[in-house]
Write a protein that binds this ligand. Structure first.
Ligand SMILES: NC(=O)c1ccc[n+]([C@@H]2O[C@H](COP(=O)([O-])OP(=O)(O)OC[C@H]3O[C@@H](n4cnc5c(N)ncnc54)[C@H](O)[C@@H]3O)[C@@H](O)[C@H]2O)c1
Length: 343
């Protein structure tokens, strides 16, 4: 299959491209390149990544000749979304719908969208299934709901969208993110030997290994159309619903000598548990193969192999909000997050 991966230069994308290539697919990446300053370990690959913004009116020119698109190229977390909600809607909602429409016009038949379990927001009424009401708490999560709503209306005999609501990812990726919970706590454990939390760590958060997300994406691309056509799948494993304080304890166990200090109740009201029965029972070839303890141990190994320092852990390129603020402050990108030299 010839596959276009948007956001190929990001945390998930830089793991997804080799996973798809190993399965025999012909893969081309597309990315605005906001986080190109960071590469945590290993050689930089020579894969073709087209540097382009998904909002561009002439996007269709690069979409010719693909069978499928996996769409990861958005502003990827709540703090980024809250920095400038207007731009978040411009990229994550309107940009993504524009991309899906252009894919359909270009004759691309399958469109796998990287949505998020954050659409469930809050709720203590049991594990959320794909049928549960959504309750987005932030512009980022709201955009995920809006893209699912609008792109699902494009589904027809020639266009099959699939919506993957990923749990919060963890685990190594060369284009690392230290702003997601398990990776962040692992970085703290390595650099300070202490996980000091500002909150009491009671909120629930489902997690999933980045390579299990990649596996789910590959399965969604390869599955028979009738199984995935216009379907939503939560991506993760029901056993991987953790309280934040449990995540801290799992990470501390993977970093010998590291202690955990809990804080008072925090102001983060996002808490939800999610059921992952549908994907594990219904998406051919998929089941989660990794857990948080494994992810933390892998990170320990990588930090050790590169001799990770506090400076690397704190580098702007590994925290999405810091890097975007840096690009704005240095006027490398304008107020609409377009590069000063046009893409
Ligand atoms: N990592 C997670 O925990 C997680 C969980 C659920 C959903 N997701 C979703 O998966 C996708 C990828 O997440 P990630 O963790 O790899 O994030 P990331 O920030 O590492 O990667 C996103 C990539 O998209 C690119 N991008 C941003 N805006 C763009 C634009 N306008 N045009 C072209 N490219 C653009 C960025 O340069 C970046 O390389 C995102 O949509 C995110 O919301 C991630």
């Amino acid at each position: 299959m010839r596959i276009l991966v948007t956001g190929a230069g990001g945390y998930i994308g830089s793991q997804l491209v080799p996973v798809l290539q190993k399965r025999g697919h012909d893969v081309v990446g597309l990315d605005a390149g906001f986080f190109n300053d960071g590469w945590l370990y290993g050689d930089r690959p020579k894969n073709l990544v087209i540097r382009k913004d998904i909002r561009k009116p002439d996007l269709i020119e690069v979409l010719q000749g693909f069978d499928a698109c996996v769409h990861l190229g958005e502003l990827s977390n709540d703090p980024l979304g809250t920095l400038n909600p207007e731009i978040t809607y411009e990229i994550n909602h309107h940009g993504s719908v524009h991309l899906a429409k252009m894919c359909k016009l270009a004759g691309i038949q399958r469109f796998v969208y990287s949505s998020s379990c954050s659409v469930y927001g809050i709720g203590n009424d049991g594990a959320k299934t794909e049928e549960s009401d959504v309750n987005p708490q932030t512009p980022y999560a709201d955009c995920k709901v809006l893209v699912e709503r609008d792109v699902s209306t494009l589904a027809d005999d020639d266009f099959t969208p699939v919506f993957l609501r990923n749990a919060t990812a963890y685990g190594p990726s060369p284009r690392m993110r230290f702003d997601i919970v398990l990776n962040n706590l692992s970085g703290l454990a390595w650099t300070t030997k202490e996980i000091r939390m500002t909150s009491d760590g009671t909120p629930w958060r489902p997690l999933v290994h980045v390579l299990d997300i990649c596996e789910a994406m590959a399965c969604a691309l390869e599955a028979p159309k009738e199984i995935v056509h216009n379907q939503v799948f939560n991506v993760g494993d029901t056993s991987e619903n953790y309280r934040i304080r449990e995540i801290a304890e799992i990470v501390a166990s993977a970093f010998p000598g590291c202690g955990v200090v809990l804080g008072d109740s925090g102001d983060d009201n996002r808490s939800y548990r999610v059921s992952f029965e549908k994907i594990n029972n219904g998406l051919p070839g998929f089941h989660c193969q990794r857990d948080a303890a494994m992810g933390a141990a892998e990170l320990n190994q990588i930090f050790s192999s590169i001799g990770m320092t506090e400076e690397v852990f704190g580098h702007r390129a590994f925290t999405r909000l810091k890097q975007l603020k840096y690009l704005l402050d240095t006027r490398q990108i304008d107020d609409h997050y377009y590069w000063s030299t046009s893409l």
